[in-house]
Unconditional design. Structure first.
Length: 144
């Protein structure tokens, strides 16, 4: 089937019962939401699957969650700290979310899941960019 069309009648493709034995369901959920055809055919390759999972889930989301979690645990005993004064980085992040969240909601309401996944990915990337701009580790050293 590689490079060809999936076919249930010809038993050609990756089927969920087998897929779930190979890799966790969350990988498949994300990949299918982000890449499943909505109006035309879509090609599946293991390389594309691996690239999407590694790039989106491990690199973008995983990096974002890991940075926040490790920092919060190491500096604030795992508790969300009190809010400080908002600065330029916070204003940027607020504007980014005010722009992106309505689009995300529109895509979900229109059942445009690929577009919703792309917007979700962009929000994760913005979160990483916010951390880089805000440099909370620098502010922590100067405020403590």
């Amino acid at each position: 089937w590689y490079g060809g069309k999936f076919s249930t009648s010809n038993k050609r493709g990756v089927f969920m019962d087998q897929a779930l034995e190979l890799l966790p369901a969350d990988y498949w959920r994300w990949y299918l939401i982000a890449n499943a055809p909505e109006g035309s055919d879509a090609a599946f390759t293991w390389e594309g699957f691996q690239s999407a999972v590694n790039s989106d889930l491990a690199n973008v989301l995983g990096n974002f969650v890991n940075r926040i979690t490790k920092y919060t645990v190491s500096k604030f005993d795992g508790k969300v700290p009190k809010t400080g004064e908002a600065g330029d980085a916070e204003a940027w992040m607020t504007a980014e979310l005010q722009e992106r969240l309505p689009r995300l909601i529109e895509h979900y309401e229109a059942m445009e899941f690929r577009k919703a996944a792309a917007e979700t990915r962009a929000i994760w990337a913005a979160g990483n960019e916010y951390l880089t701009k805000a440099e909370p580790w620098v502010k922590y050293k100067s405020d403590v």
